[in-house]
Design a protein around this ligand. Structure first.
Ligand SMILES: CC(C)(COP(=O)(O)OP(=O)(O)OC[C@H]1O[C@@H](n2cnc3c(N)ncnc32)[C@H](O)[C@@H]1OP(=O)(O)O)[C@@H](O)C(=O)NCCC(=O)NCCS
Length: 146
């Protein structure tokens, strides 16, 4: 990985830099709901996630969650969202953030990690495949309410 990158636990105060990264990835403002989701996670007493810093600035983030029960699983780790600033993509930051989260899950005794990716997000699929993900035994279902 590129030199000068530091990884630390995520903090509530990181939310504005995380939103800025997400907006530069998407090239548009993120929704209020997205900001609330990020804030909600970071306000939890044991906020679960990591940020990558370069020159003291947040350049990447990963937010995860432990589900104690659900989907017929007793305990599972989930990646909610991961993002790297477009200027810093492709130098190993996403991988190192994911690996830190995996180590955290492992220490908690969690062996299975899940995430969901849009079917047409080829870059995300390639990233997850590169860091060891494969198809899960689940299928996603959706119902739209008018
Ligand atoms: C996907 C993302 C998190 C990966 O982080 P990153 O720091 O760029 O990735 P890394 O440099 O750590 O790459 C790790 C591995 O994934 C692969 N990978 C990463 N991005 C890839 C891409 N766009 N296409 C193909 N492979 C990719 C790399 O080849 C690498 O494999 P290797 O280690 O075997 O060489 C980051 O690029 C990102 O935030 N992308 C934008 C995602 C997006 O569009 N989000 C909006 C919807 S939520």
């Amino acid at each position: 990985m590129e030199k000068g990158i530091k990884i630390r636990k995520i903090r509530a105060a990181d939310v504005s830099e995380i939103v800025a990264i997400q907006e530069s990835i998407l090239q548009k403002k993120v929704s209020k709901k997205w900001v609330q989701m990020a804030e909600g996670h970071l306000k939890k007493q044991e906020a679960l996630g990591f940020v990558a810093l370069k020159g003291g600035q947040v350049v990447g983030f990963i937010i995860g969650e432990i589900k104690w029960e659900g989907f017929g699983l007793e305990q599972s780790g989930w990646i909610q969202v991961v993002g790297v600033h477009p200027r810093q993509m492709g130098v190993g930051i996403g991988r190192i953030l994911a690996e830190r989260l995996f180590s955290f899950f492992k220490k908690e005794g969690i062996r299975d990690i899940h995430t969901a990716v849009r079917w047409d997000a080829g870059d995300m699929l390639s990233f997850f495949k590169a860091i060891g993900f494969d198809r899960s035994p689940f299928i996603n279902l959706r119902k739209h309410l008018d």
